[in-house]
Write a protein that binds this ligand. Structure first.
Ligand SMILES: Nc1ncnc2c1ncn2[C@@H]1O[C@H](COP(=O)(O)OP(=O)(O)O)[C@@H](O)[C@H]1O
Ligand SMILES: [Mg+2]
Length: 263
């Protein structure tokens, strides 16, 4: 998309503060980030596109950690011990609005790493309802697998992104996530192929596309600096903004802005 066109698009999405005009009422699109396998880069994707989207849309972007068993969005953002968490909300101790914290413009609801109580099945969509009026995009970071926790997160989504790696076992388990999306009738925006090394035993991107039968909307290279950035608690988009991985996450965010604007 030409730069001018993109700027126009942003001006449509940005809140018109001070002008007294609202283009359309806010109602967030809840976009879930899923994959059956752990370690493929779901949380990395959420942290990076969350930051990039927030740099365009300001307070209109919220990232929610819905990996209740092993939440780690906070770790990716350098927040080890959030004072209020989604677990406090689910335990009925605080209203969800009070669990929002901010990371460089990105609004977040993080999880408690230390939470040891049993987590009861939840309707996450119901909890998110009041927030949908306040944001334009809600990113939901999911747990891996196909268990109840993942079902709860998926049902709360309007759409989803699927993250995978270009390896046969990962692609095979990713197909399960596609079947789940079909079952719950959640539209898929596209696939993010992460940790691409270009090694001879990897599946080429065109084969990943053929195997999954869905558009690939981002191809993120394997880059040791991504792991370094996770260890530092600063997403690569901020840590090394010029790295190829950061550039690709930014490009993906611009794609999503265009997608959301289309409605
Ligand atoms: N493109 C990449 N290059 C190198 N390491 C990556 C890349 N994407 C993710 N990682 C690393 O992989 C690990 C798992 O990523 P994470 O996003 O937590 O996976 P998931 O949420 O799917 O379990 C993290 O240490 C992260 O830094
Ligand atoms: Mg994760």
């Amino acid at each position: 998309m030409p730069k001018k066109g993109f700027r126009e698009l942003l001006s449509l999405l940005k809140p018109k503060r001070g002008r007294g005009i609202k283009i359309r009422p806010k109602r967030a699109r809840a976009i879930g980030i899923f994959s059956c396998k752990g370690g493929v880069g779901k949380t990395t994707t959420v942290a990076n596109i969350g930051l990039c989207l927030a740099s365009y849309l300001k307070d209109d972007v919220l990232a929610v950690d819905a990996n209740l068993g092993a939440p780690n969005l906070g770790l990716h953002l350098g927040e080890l011990n959030p004072s209020v968490t989604i677990h406090d909300v689910l335990a009925g101790e605080v209203p969800i609005e009070e669990a929002i914290t901010k990371y460089h413009g990105l609004q977040t609801i993080l999880g408690s790493i230390a939470y040891g109580e049993e987590i009861h099945l939840i309707d996450l969509g119901d909890y998110l309802k009041p927030l949908k009026k306040k944001h334009k995009v809600i990113l939901i970071d999911s747990a891996p697998g196909i268990g109840a926790e993942v079902v709860a997160a998926m049902k709360a989504c309007d759409e989803m992104l699927i993250v995978t790696n270009p390896e046969v076992p990962t692609i095979a388990s990713t197909l399960k996530t596609f079947r789940m999306a079909e079952r719950f009738k959640i539209p898929i925006i596209g696939v993010v192929v992460n940790r691409v090394r270009g090694e001879p035993f990897e599946l080429p991107i065109k084969d990943v596309k053929r195997a999954l039968g869905w558009p690939i909307i981002a191809v993120v290279p394997e880059d040791a600096r991504v792991r370094e950035s996770t260890a530092a608690g600063v997403p690569i988009a901020r840590y090394k903004p010029k790295s190829r991985a950061a550039v690709e996450f930014r490009r993906l965010s611009e794609y999503l802005i265009e997608h959301v604007a289309k409605g």
